[in-house]
Design a protein around this ligand. Structure first.
Ligand code: FAD
Length: 407
């Protein structure tokens, strides 16, 4: 049956950005097919991204506003239910052998960011998609090829016991398949895309801070907690189950040194992240999680344009993966969706003598022109904010007090 818009939109990747893009396209009446490499996240047997519990993120107004405009009346309430307000950051240190913390509010008017579990947010978005009659979700489907002149894509289907190949026609493809995007790879063969990527010399490893013995948060819950270390840092973000998801960011050479001498992990934490062990994480849990959880790289990607003619566009990490220190990777990806559909709405087929392809080509041109510049800017800010979080958060007041007390 033809969709109300007459357009078939294929979304590759059902992460937060792809799921939101599918919601936007479906609300405009497109026939939407979503293809996702992994199994359905809502199925407990599916291995989460990065093979750990899931990462906690800071959701800001940029991302919230994109969801507000998704024409899904219950979406934001469902998302907010699983978030915790973070009114500022709390910096942890030690002075004269005593633990010290300093709260730094984000905003004098009390505005805040929200801590959210990426997997949980993703599941809420998938639930909203499930309610739409013009959306079909195809899990365990990997994009293996695409022809953006004939608008054909190929997927290997691993949903059954013996894998098969599928050819899919589309009018419009939205590639939201993450930093190692297959859509971007194929798009490069059809458009003169400038592309650069950089791995920074920092890896990250996740830890969990359990609730206190009285089953409450072990730290004040409404903050992003930071133990700055100069060239490294440890952070903790609250979860609704009274745990904190924490992340150790460390230069690759220091990870290698700790790997070579695992017994030095506990003294390293004791010396650099005061109050973490054994108060927040037991020594045994620290050692176990360090060994079990992967030590993952951080990539920064810039490319331009983000689209190819009227056929395809890449959004989110596929277009601009960034280091996480500005807390804006997902937020910017969600914003891509809002900006893309604003561009599409501003170029209706009626303004192009009913030619939907010409209208979409103009919309995508406008989108790339605006978004490549914005994406590069936020990418640079994210790189710069590593110094802010790991070093500069130690405010002049903090340094002055420490100096006075110690001299
Ligand atoms: P992804 O989440 O990577 O989803 C891509 C999807 O595409 C996946 O489901 C994948 O399985 C699928 N896929 C891949 N290849 C194929 C294929 N060939 N065929 C079909 N499907 C495919 N952002 C914030 O906004 N705030 C934060 O506080 C924040 N903190 C972060 C902390 C850390 C440690 C890290 C690593 C990142 C953080 N980010 C943060 C960034 C955020 O996680 C990403 O920007 C966001 O997840 C990107 O969403 P996405 O949907 O574009 O891509």
């Amino acid at each position: 049956m033809a969709s109300p818009s007459g357009q078939k939109t294929v979304v590759v990747g059902a992460g937060p950005v792809g799921s939101l893009a599918a919601l936007y396209a479906a609300s405009r009446g497109d026939e939407v097919e979503v293809y996702e490499l992994r199994g359905d996240l809502r199925d407990p047997s599916t291995t989460p991204l990065n093979f750990t519990k899931s990462i906690n993120l800071a959701l800001s107004e940029r991302g919230i506003n994109a969801m507000r405009h998704a024409n899904s009346p219950t979406l934001l309430d469902a998302v907010f239910k699983e978030t915790i307000p973070m009114y500022g950051r709390m910096i942890h240190g030690e002075k004269k052998g005593k633990l010290f913390d300093e709260a730094q509010l984000y905003d004098v008017h009390g505005r805040f960011q929200r801590a959210v579990d990426r997997g949980g947010l993703n599941k809420t978005l998938l639930d909203s998609l499930e309610d739409m009659p013009n959306v079909t979700l195809h899990f365990n489907h990997k994009l293996t090829g695409a022809d953006f002149r004939r608008n054909l894509a190929w997927f290997s289907d691993h949903s059954a016991s013996s894998p098969s190949e599928k050819e899919v026609h589309f009018d419009f493809m939205i590639g939201a398949d993450g930093a190692h995007s297959a859509v971007r790879y194929h798009l490069m063969k059809y458009t003169r895309m400038a592309y650069s990527q950089e791995y920074i010399d920092t890896l990250w490893c996740e830890f969990q801070i359990p609730p206190s013995p009285t089953n409450t948060f072990a730290l004040p819950p409404n903050y992003l907690h930071i133990w700055p270390g100069g060239s490294f840092m440890f952070i903790a973000i609250p979860s609704p189950d009274a745990t904190f998801t924490s992340t150790l960011f460390l230069p690759a050479s220091l990870f290698a040194a700790l790997d070579a001498a695992p017994a030095s992990l506990v003294p390293f934490f004791a010396a650099n992240f005061p109050g973490v062990i054994p108060d927040l994480i037991s020594e045994a849990a620290l050692l176990a999680q360090y060994a079990q959880n992967p030590h993952l790289p951080l990539i920064s990607i810039k490319c331009s344009p983000h689209h190819c003619a009227a056929s395809a566009v890449i959004l989110g990490d596929a277009a601009h993966a960034m280091v996480p220190f500005y807390g804006q990777g997902m937020n910017a990806g969600l914003e891509d969706v809002r900006v893309l559909f604003e561009c599409l709405d501003a170029h209706p087929a009626a303004a192009y003598a009913g030619d939907a392809t010409a209208a979409r080509a103009a919309a995508l041109e406008a989108y790339s022109a605006q978004r490549t510049v914005d994406a590069a800017a936020i990418n640079d800010l994210a790189l710069r904010n590593y110094r802010e979080m790991s070093h500069d958060v130690v405010s002049p007041l903090y340094r002055l007090r420490k100096f006075v007390e110690e001299s």
